[in-house]
Design a binder for this molecule. Structure first.
Ligand SMILES: [Zn+2]
Length: 361
């Protein structure tokens, strides 16, 4: 191949990767896309697409609803994602509430909102990617981002999401979540405070608790941070339910970020909340089987050796008291009372001054 031909070939390949690609078909009246590049969309419009994921065991593709609001003015690209865990529902409602408050006239740059990433998980109320047929396995898609793996359907799905929908469309990212099944959580943020922009993003959420940490490989948050793109994981209360106050506060936290980072005109809503910043937590696990009664609620301040949980035998006799291993704030509480040895009952978060990486200031 001649040099000119090679260059032409390379630029064509690059171009084809950098374009929003339409299948030419519609689903429920919306354009179906297989690749998103918000840069080549016309300004001053709101777009509603179905992004085509891998096909399921019936041979039909999963379709992921994506809104792109492209402002009339130039600016950065903000990405809000939700539902990578399929039983986390406050985040889906929050994406609708955020969208209601956005109009291309008031937007600079682009706001991309994904209303639920893990479609098979959402349909089955499972945290993980849920396979068809007779498989009972599920896989956590939020450990598979940027893995490059494409053998199994969960791997193909996550690689497609990362390569063709998420990774090229963001200068800042908020990934919305909730606690796992059967556990209460406040408004909570995971953020890597080694980056000052990420610290600011966390502050703007108005969360009850922020955990400063180095992130976890394969998550949406950490995969973006590794690319140098500021990103946080924003946990919106409990799973498998909807909580109006949490959704309203989360919506304000996202809107505050859009305003501060100059994607949206308006004034930030300063929440009347004192955020607790921690970097270390302890998990309390059941040591016996039986009914567990919580003696604390999330956000309670506790001291070392305060009683957090008591456990009963089958006749109602107290067989175990679980004490706080440290002084701090209660970050999560199991709300399904029957427990077996090893079950997580809750977590207490504190600020450890000796932490080498994650510090306040
Ligand atoms: Zn989650």
């Amino acid at each position: 191949m001649s040099k000119t031909l090679l260059l032409t070939f390379l630029s064509l390949t690059t171009l084809s990767f950098a374009k929003t690609e339409y299948t030419g078909e519609k689903y429920l009246g919306k354009d179906i896309i297989t690749n998103l590049d918000v840069n080549d969309l016309e300004s001053g419009k709101t777009y509603e697409f179905f992004f085509e994921g891998v096909e399921n065991s019936l041979g039909n593709p999963w379709y992921i609803p994506v809104t792109v609001i492209k402002g009339e003015k130039e600016g950065k690209r903000f990405l809000i994602s939700s539902g990578i865990h399929g039983n986390e529902l406050n985040p889906i409602l929050t994406t609708y509430k955020v969208k209601e408050r956005l109009n291309p006239k008031d937007i600079k740059g682009t706001v991309t909102i994904i209303h639920g990433l893990n479609i098979p998980g959402l349909l089955n109320n499972h945290r993980g990617y849920t396979f068809g047929g007779n498989s009972e396995n599920t896989v956590d898609l939020n450990r598979l981002m940027n893995s490059g793996k494409t053998t199994t359907s969960d791997q193909k799905y996550s690689t497609l999401l990362w390569n063709n929908l998420l990774s090229k469309n963001a200068d800042r990212v908020i990934d919305l979540h909730t606690s796992g099944k059967g556990s209460q959580f406040p408004l909570f943020v995971y953020a890597d405070f080694r980056n000052s922009d990420i610290k600011k993003m966390a502050e703007l959420t108005g969360a009850d608790i922020v955990k400063m940490d180095n992130g976890e490989k394969g998550t949406i948050e950490t995969s973006f941070v590794d690319l140098g793109i500021p990103s946080i994981t924003f946990e919106l209360g409990s799973g498998e339910t909807q909580e109006a106050l949490i959704v309203e506060r989360a919506t304000n936290g996202v809107i505050n970020n859009l305003i501060f980072w100059d994607n949206l005109s308006g004034k930030e809503v300063k929440p009347d909340i004192e955020t607790f910043y921690g970097n270390s937590w302890s998990r309390i696990r059941a040591e016996k089987g039986g009914f567990v009664e919580a003696k604390v609620k999330v956000k309670d301040k506790v001291k070392k050796d305060d009683i957090l949980f008591v456990q009963y035998d089958a006749f109602g006799k107290v067989i175990k008291e679980y004490k706080s291993p440290n002084s701090g704030v209660v970050a999560s509480v199991k709300d399904y009372p029957y427990s077996e040895p090893g079950d997580s009952l809750g977590r207490v978060i504190e600020y450890d001054k000796e932490d080498k990486d994650q510090k306040l200031n």
